[in-house]
Structures are given as C-alpha cells and as structure tokens.
Design a protein. Sequence first.
Lengths: 167, 520
Amino acid sequence: MRAAARILGQIAVYAAIAAVLGYFSQAPAYVHAPPGKAMIKLSFSHGAKAKGGCRRLTAKELADLAPNMRRPFSCPRQRLPVVVELDLDGRPLYRAVLPPTGLAGDGPSRVYRRFVVDPGDHDIVVRLRDTDRKQGFDYRTEARVKLVARQNLVIDFSPTAGRFVIR
Amino acid sequence: MALDSVKAFLRTGFGRLEAVLDRAFGSRLNPLVHLGSLGFFLYWIVAVSGIYLYIVFDTSVVDAYRSVQYLTVEQWYLGGILRSLHRYASDGMVLFMAVHILREFALDRLRGARWFTWLTGAPILWLLYASGITGYWLVWDKLAQYVAIVTSEILDWLPIFGDPIARNFLTPKSLDDRFFSLLVFMHIAVPLILLLVLWIHLQRLSRPETNPPKRLAAGMLAMLLALSYVMPATSQGPADLATVPAVVGLDWFYLPLYPLLDLWSAGGVWLIFLAGSAFLMVLPWLPPLKAARPATIDLDNCNGCTRCVEDCPFNAVSMGPRGDGLPFARQAVVDPDLCTRCGICVGACPTATPFRRASALVPGIDLPDRSLARLRAAVEAAGARLTGPARVLVLACDHGAASAALDACRASAAAVALPCIAALPPSFIDYVLSRGVADGVVLSACREGDCHARFGDRWMTARIDRERDPYLRARVPRERIRWVRALPVQGAALAHAVDAFAAEIAAEPAAGATLDRRAG
C-alpha cells in the first residue's frame, strides 16, 4: 500500500513536470504585432560621399613620406551622414540623420526600422541625402501602395539603381 | 543582508518541497538532489535525438520546413517522437538548470572555493540558450521567422556588423540556402562547446555525478516519451517573409526575453542580459567571504597514507614529495584555493584520535579554526553537562537539522557542531561511548545523498559500517549510534529522534556491560 502510494506520488510529480514542459514550450501565445495591422520596414545600408574632397600633396609633404607611401593625393576616409525622411499619407513617419559606421567613420550608414500601420491605401514618400548639399535631397521616391493585414512591406535603397525599392 | 534573506526564504521553500518529494521518491532518488546529473541526462537525450533529426533534415530554405513536417506528420512514430523528445528534453534542461542554480544559491554552495564551479555555470547558461535558439531557427516556420527577425534585431544593436543581419530576412529573396548550412553548423558546434564547458564546470569536483540514478533516469525518459506522444511538438505554419508573424506560440523556456524587444530597445534587452549575467557571476563574492583558514598539514603526524586525498570531495588535497626527510615517499599537500574547510580530510586521518593523551592532539591534517583538539574539548564539556539515565550526545553537521535548541531544553542531550559529519573521526564515537562521556551518540547529518560537502554522509556511513578507512572499531555497540539525516528546517524531527533514542537507551541499561564484553 505504501509502495503503491509512493509510485502514485512519483507519477504525480512526473505529470507535473510534463505539464510545465508541455505548456510553456508553446504557450501562452505572444502577439508580436497586432494581427489586423500591416508593417512597413525601412531598411538599407548605404555609404554617403566622403567628407571633403581629395587634396594634392605638396612636394615637401611627399618628401616627408616613406618612398612606398608617396601617393599624390590625400583623401579623407570619413563619410558624411545619410539623411533620410519617410512620409506616410503626407505625415512624417521617420526622420533621421544616420552617421557612418566603423571606427574611422568610413563605413556605410545603416537603418532598420519597422512601423505598424493600418491596412489600406497609403501614399509613401521617401527621401535620402548622401552628399554635403545643404538643401533638398539626392534621391526621392513616391509610391501609392495597398496594404493588407499582416503584410510586410519593405522599403530598401539600391545605390546601383540610384533609387528606393519598395516591395 | 537582503541576499541572506532571499537565501533563507528559498532554503525554507526548497526544504518543504524536498520533504514532499522525499515522500514519493525517498531522499536517494529525490529529483532535487540530482538536478545537475538530470541536466546531463537530458543533454544526451537531446544529442541522440538530434543525430537522427540531422540525418533527415534538409538544409535549404524551401525544404527545411518540409523535411521537419515529414518527420512530424508522416513519420510521427519515430521522427515525430524524436523531434518532440528533442524539444522537451531541451526545455527540461533549462528548467532543471534554473532550479539547480536557485538551489545551489539557496544552500550557499557557491562561495569560497566553490566559486569556480558557480562561475563556469554562467557560460553554460549562455551556450544552452544559443543552442536552443538556433534550433528553433532551423524549423523555418512562423516561430522560426519571428526568432530569426528578433534575434538579428537584437544582434544588430551591437556595433560590430557592417550590414544589419536583419536585412537577411526582409523579403523571401533575401535568404539563401547557405544561411541554413551555417545555422546547422552553429546548432551542432554550440552544443559541443557547451559539452566542453560542462566538463570544465566539473573540474574542481572529485567524482562528479554526471549520471542520475537509473530509476530516476528511466522515470524521466518515460515521462518525456509520454509527453511526446500525448503532446507532440509541431510547427506553426511555414515561414513567409512577405507577411508578419503576428501571433506566435512562444517557447517561454528559451525565449522569455524576446517580447521585451517590442517594449524596450535592443539595448534594454542587452542591458538585462549583461547585468543579469554580471550579477550572477559576482554572487560568490557578495559580500566578500571571511573564510576560515584552510586545512593544514602537520608533517610530524602525516605518514602519507592518502586517505585524506581519497576522501576530499573537491580535489583540494593531493600527494607531493615529502619535505621533512622522514622515510615516507610522499606527504599530503593542501591547495588552499580549493579547500572548502569541510574537514572531511580530518575525519579520514588515522592520527586523528581523541584517545591520544601522551602528546598534544594534533592530527596529520587539521582545520586551524575548528581543530580536533577543540572538538575533543567541546565533546568533553558537552558530556560533562549531561545528566540523567540516558545521556545523548548529538554530533551535528552545520548543514543538517538545526541542533542549537537541543541543549536549552534537555538536560540529557547536548549538541556539538561540526563543519560536516565526516569531519568526525570514527574514533570519537568510540571515545564518547567507551569513556562514558555519553550513553548514546546521534549523528545529525544532511539528507542522504545531498551532503553539503558532497560526500560527507556517504563516507561516514561507510566508516561506521566498516567499509571505508578509517573504520569504526568493531567493539563499539552500533545500537548506541543513531543517524538523523534531515533538512535544516527539520529541527523538530531531530529533537523527536533524540528523545526516542534516549527512551530506548533508558530501557536497555546494560549497554555498558555489552561494551565492556566486546572490549574484552
């Protein structure tokens, strides 16, 4: 009788462990994004122009360098920041000045942002500046998109094509 | 101070839970006593089931999900069960590891020389999580998609990647098959590194228990098989990067921090992870321990018998070349960084006998702050206080049932504290009974198989049963020795056992004659 009670007790303990493992391995469900909404992701990795132009070295500067280091031009490594703006239905959704990456500031500027939006028709305008101009932007793309619930719309920038890619 | 309160609270909680589990399993098979080895056992289940899954798994974007579905649905009787075992055993590792950490913390098994074992547990935690998370990624279902995106977003916060990793998961075309090959490699390599760190984790332990008792292992395996059959692990629909994995069934064992990314920034998640890890790693020194002095060797009394080396549970004693020129090849050497001051080595020393009167009671190995001479003085002082027809001396481990209250309420019982029950040389029991210091000896120790110093109750039991050197002399009447193996919270059980023992002795007053006869 005592042995049977012990076995029942062991079964109860194993069942409790199994219940904990079985339940918490997949529940409770987590709502990562509202199921009735859509998502826009703005992401690109793009290097702006170099900060300042190349400069020809003087004869004295060249002479001061080791023979194998004598290149006629000195070009700065550091890049300018990238300025990006995203408007949705005429309202600003995102504004950022993205600094270059890398210890020397010579890497690409990068962004990865997600925005939860209502499904339906939307006007999207996205602008980017990667030069040292004070006004305006170097790239601008407008699009009208129709989003459905749970859709993942990506806005990327293609430097080779010279435009934003919306997909 | 706050940490002490948390420890005391947890200790009480674990004590009560262990008492309940003892009733079902007995103290030898109590799962709480074997959490570490159960973790190892689950690791092997994960490894074996993983080998089969790897054979069938297809490392391509399109076919990864399909191959797992084949296992789960069409081959449910083998592949499906093994997949479920793989998942539930992995979850079990997290569960048992968490309880293991909490229990070792509650029982203060992390301070002093034990810091190394505790500290090397932190990378085990990280590697276990890395193993599990990469595993969830491989299934390439909705949950995998969520895990991939959130993991890469968290990693991208670190300023070490040129291109955001998350860009690999922007659109279905962003991902290629090579990425899955990389993931498979990581999911195999990380657990192998985990195994290496587990080995390092045990380096400072003598005779580490890496296999749980067979009955417990069989029960655990049966439980996991039953769970795999009743509630098989399933996928959550194929991943589709063109849509948002809005609602996912999360594995809360491996992914509890992931929802935080939606509440805070990735920096906040990293802050929690790093601060939590740092806190965990400095716990052995919070606050700094004013440790007693480690065991020391007295060469005049050390004949190099190696018993202390054999019995030390932490590899703190080894044999080295003899330094005093006496005609013994080797002598015991104590590594103070490994010594936990448990005194088991003193209990093992053949020169540690209280019968010595011609010279000072200095054994070959001794604890300077809890010396054998002081123990003999304490035993004699306690014996002198005892009155009545059945005088009981309780020799109590610091980590067994609380014995401090015994002296106050009983004239016939007194307690002498020990750092571990095996710190008591068996000859002390002979001394107490043959010299009439008391009529009975209670050995109050930790619960069976759960000694604070790992092997104390095991070695002491073997010494008394004359199975391990130094033996208790045959002349000592075993009926005058009583074991009480209890939790610190079970002081009442100790008092009850002492009273019952005293009543037995009072009912059988001829024990002294028995002792005389055996001695003769």
